[in-house]
Design a protein around this ligand. Structure first.
Ligand code: FAD
Ligand code: FES
Length: 264
């Protein structure tokens, strides 16, 4: 992990508040692994306001051109700063952070389920799984059509995907978990990887636990340091004695066994 500066190659607007920021960084392209993230300084040079860096999953890595990207939604001050960055400017960031996801070697078939911006880390994971010969089914669920342009990125990685939106304006009407429920016999021997809102992860845990399916959750928590020093991002993880311990999403995660995550 290093503090780095990288030239912004492009900052593309995908929809009203969804952007893809592409950054030149041989170090990240060489060292970052699926599920890792970077912590971005969201203020101009010489200013520390806002003080805290903002965490973002690594979305794509183009090793040929040494360019990686993050896909982000504008939410507050930090992400508005990022949306205003222009080609040629420099991005100040720390990374790669977090542990790479451990791909279960003996499993050959995977179901990836992403809710909203939770699709971001799953894209690099899907690309990696495909590159090592695994079968991947990708399910994505959104509120509306804000991710419409994103489908063009996904289709470059794999063809076997289904998109759902709550109101039916993008993809099929509904949510991915309902589709999985209705067609579970097709997926019962797959390894699941899920990332999205807590409610979605909770429902996935409750459905898959009863069916003894193995699953990994990519967790998100509000972060301050991003390097395991402040304890700001701890979550409860069940242990073998029916108790639990605290784990840090930034340095122990962000990938955890879904069945071990305590959501209460
Ligand atoms: C490991 C990880 C990966 C992430 N990857 C992505 C991604 O790929 N794309 C994307 O759009 N967003 C991602 N997020 C969420 C993103 O970090 C927040 O949307 C962003 O920090 C909001 O900053 P802000 O200043 O615009 O919003 P504000 O709400 O003004 O932020 C205030 C503070 O809360 C923190 N914060 C607010 N929301 C979140 C959140 N959901 N998660 C963590 N901290 C938060 C900010 O870091 C900041 O310290 C990720 C979060 C984590 C923890
Ligand atoms: S953000 Fe500080 S320990 Fe995780």
């Amino acid at each position: 992990m290093k503090t780095l500066k990288g030239e912004i190659v492009a900052n593309r607007k995908y929809s009203d508040n969804l952007y893809k920021l592409e950054v030149f960084s041989p170090y990240i392209c060489k060292n970052a692994k699926p599920a890792q993230f970077i912590n971005i300084k969201c203020s101009r040079q010489g200013s520390d306001d806002p003080l805290l860096r903002r965490p973002f999953s690594i979305y794509e890595i183009d090793e040929q051109f040494n360019v990686f990207s993050v896909l982000f939604l504008v939410r507050g001050r930090g992400t508005q700063f990022m949306a205003d960055l222009r080609k040629g400017e420099s991005l100040d960031f720390v990374g790669p952070l977090g542990q790479p996801i451990k791909i279960p070697e003996n499993d050959s078939r995977f179901v990836l389920i992403g809710g909203g911006i939770g699709v971001v880390p799953l894209c690099l994971i899907a690309k990696n799984l495909k590159s090592i010969g695994k079968t991947v089914h990708f399910f994505a669920g959104f509120k509306d059509e804000a991710f419409y342009t994103w489908e063009r990125d996904l289709i470059k990685i794999l063809k076997d995907y289904k998109i759902f939106s709550e109101n039916g304006v993008f993809g099929e009407k509904g949510i991915p978990l309902n589709y999985i429920r209705e067609n579970f016999s097709e997926f019962k021997d797959h390894h699941f990887i899920v990332c999205g809102p807590l409610e979605m992860l909770k429902q996935a845990q409750s459905f898959l636990k009863d069916r003894k399916v193995r699953a990994i959750a990519i967790m998100e928590e509000k972060m301050a340091c991003g390097i395991g020093a402040c304890m700001g991002c701890v979550i409860k993880i069940k242990n073998k004695n029916n108790g639990y311990s605290y784990k840090k999403v930034c340095s122990d995660g962000p990938a955890f066994d879904l069945m071990e995550v305590c959501f209460d």
